[in-house]
Each structure stands twice: as structure tokens, then as C-alpha cells.
Design a protein around this ligand. Structure first.
Ligand code: ACO
Length: 277
């Protein structure tokens, strides 16, 4: 049964298939992230992480924008002389982005429109980014005198190559979804009218995998980037053993039997069945 919840700045719906559609919900402000939105996101992501009905988490925006970045009025100007309030809001963003980045569930950013400034940190936290071809991305900070801080520079430089990172940070020029894919900022770009269908297709594909294997795979892929070769070998060997011990569906053994003995399954072509025959 579908479930939904609406807070001041964020709402979500978990559909019957298990896709949790989370919406930044300040369309009149192009989903600019004020402190309240960050507090709502902390609550929502923590809740979805522990809700078995939510199998995949999709982050998207109400109206024509994904997120226009930090709210210049409520996040910046209102807290310029209130370091405690700024700290609290900043930490809330850092926390919820970290929750998303380390979620046991697959996370997809569905970029339906504008994505500026601080929104890149939210975007970078997601495993997969599907964008509308005509979405507008930009590091606008240069235009009004601040740095792409709050780790925007870091995540942008990590995702894009050096030449692109420099160019777009220094000029503040915008780019579309097609360019975002070319640069490595997004995974896939599609016409806007196909955006939700494409995300649903990917979500369904992910839901066919063993959830434990999927969680371990994303953890492995995220963590090895910062390791040297030897450390990565050691880490992956240990992680692989842990996965084999913990996987409740016995995915590996099931796959082996179906491929080698029963000859009913081709592992190169799709996931092994999650159900007992
Ligand atoms: N912070 C606060 N308010 C915002 C923000 C923002 N980041 N983005 C949009 N808004 C508000 C506008 O002030 C306006 O409010 P109002 O109706 O009370 O006047 C409302 O949202 C609609 O904005 P418009 O500019 O009228 O909408 P439009 O569709 O023409 O343009 C766009 C959208 C391109 C996103 C434009 O609003 C813009 O350039 N916003 C700033 C984007 C930006 O620089 N973000 C980075 C912030 S810094 C950081 O994230 C670290």
C-alpha cells in the first residue's frame, strides 16, 4: 500500500512497488534549500532508511526545479550574524547528504530542472543521476562573490575532469543535462517527458537484485576510490567474505546451482531469481 508524508519543505510517497519518491517541496522558491528543508531531509532520509517498504530512494524537486541551491535569504543572509544557526543548518545538510551517500538502499537523483550551487552536494550523494536533457546546471557562486564552498568545489572536482571543473567554476556558465552526462556529473540524460519512466525502469531493475548484494556493491564501489591497490585488494576480499556470510538469500550459491547444475540461468544477462522455485 502506498504511503506518504508531507513536512514543511519536503514530502515523499512510497509507491506500491517500493520506490520512495522524495520531493524538495518549495517550488515557488525553485526548491532553494533553507534550514528547514535540511532538517526535514534529515528526518525523511532517516525514516526511509529504516522503512522496509522503501526499497529505492529517488530525490527530485516539485515544479520546474530540482534545487536552486542554498537559500540565499534564509540559509545565508538570515544567519550571517548568527553562527550557531548557520552551523546547525550546515550540519543538517552535511548529515542528510551523508545519510544518502551511505544509505543501504540505492539512491537516484531525478533532476527535473535547475541544479545550482549547494545542490551539487545533494546530487553527488546519490548513486545514480538521471537528468532531463534540458535541465540547467551551474556553479553560480562566482557571479555573486562567494566560493563554491560547503564542499561543492570538492564534489564537482571529483566528478568532472579538471578542465571542466575549472571552466564552469570560473565562468559560472550553465550547462544542460546532455553536457552533465558528458562531464560525468550525471549518469543518463533523457527528454523531460521520459524522465520518470526512465527512473522507474532503473529502479525496477535495481529491485530485482539482492538488496544485500546491492548494498555491499555500492559500499565497495564508493570506498575503493580512496584506497591504494593493496588496501583495496584486502578490503574487497574481507568485504566479499562478509557478504557471503551475511547474504540471507544465498544469492551466490543459488546462482552457482542454477548456472552450473540446473543450467537455467545466465549470470551475464540478468540477476538470479530472489524467490525460491
Ligand atoms: N535562494 C533564495 N531564493 C531563491 C533561490 C535561492 N538560491 N533561487 C530562487 N529563489 C527565489 C527567488 O528569489 C524568487 O523568490 P520571490 O518570488 O520571492 O522573488 C523565487 O525563488 C523564484 O525565482 P526566480 O528567479 O523568479 O525564478 P526563475 O525561474 O526566473 O529563475 C533561477 C530560477 C535561475 C534558479 C534563479 O532564481 C536563480 O538564479 N537563483 C539563484 C541560483 C543560485 O545562484 N544558487 C546558488 C546559491 S549559493 C549556494 O548554493 C552555495
Amino acid at each position: 500500500m502506498a504511503k506518504s508524508k508531507e513536512l514543511a519543505c519536503v514530502k515523499y510517497e512510497i509507491d506500491d512497488e517500493g520506490i520512495a519518491w522524495v520531493m524538495f517541496n518549495r517550488p515557488e522558491k525553485r526548491n532553494a534549500m533553507n534550514p528547514e528543508l535540511h532538517y526535514d531531509m534529515e528526518e525523511v532520509i532517516a525514516e526511509l532508511e529504516t522503512d522496509d517498504d522503501a526499497k529505492i530512494i529517488v530525490l527530485t524537486g516539485s515544479g520546474e526545479s530540482w534545487s536552486s541551491g542554498m537559500d540565499l535569504r534564509e540559509f545565508f543572509r538570515a544567519t550571517d550574524n548568527d553562527p550557531a544557526a548557520r552551523f546547525k543548518a550546515q550540519w543538517a545538510h552535511r548529515h542528510w547528504a551523508q545519510y544518502v551517500a551511505t544509505s543501504q538502499k540505492a539512491t537516484i537523483a531525478m533532476v527535473n530542472g535547475f541544479c545550482f550551487g549547494g545542490a551539487f552536494c545533494s546530487l553527488a550523494a546519490c548513486d545514480i543521476v538521471v537528468t532531463a536533457d534540458d535541465a540547467t546546471f551551474g556553479l553560480s557562486e562566482i557571479n555573486w562573490g562567494i566560493l563554491p564552498g560547503g564542499n561543492v568545489s570538492k564534489v564537482f572536482a571529483d566528478l568532472a575532469n579538471h578542465r571542466n571543473a575549472m571552466f564552469y567554476a570560473m565562468t559560472g556558465r550553465t550547462f544542460d543535462g546532455i553536457k552533465a552526462v558528458e562531464m560525468g556529473i550525471a549518469t543518463l540524460s533523457v527528454p523531460k517527458d521520459r524522465l520518470k519512466d526512465e527512473v522507474t525502469t532503473i529502479a525496477r531493475e535495481l529491485m530485482e537484485k539482492s538488496p544485500v548484494v546491492l548494498a555491499y556493491t555500492k559500499q565497495a564501489m564508493s570506498n575503493v576510490g580512496d584506497m591504494d591497490m593493496n588496501m583495496a585488494y584486502e578490503y574487497l576480499a574481507t568485504k566479499g567474505l562478509a557478504l557471503r556470510a551475511i547474504d540471507p538469500g544465498g544469492t551466490r550459491e543459488r546462482g552457482m546451482t542454477e548456472f552450473l547444475d540446473k543450467k537455467t540461468y545466465r549470470p551475464g544477462l540478468g540477476p538470479v531469481s530472489l524467490e525460491d522455485e
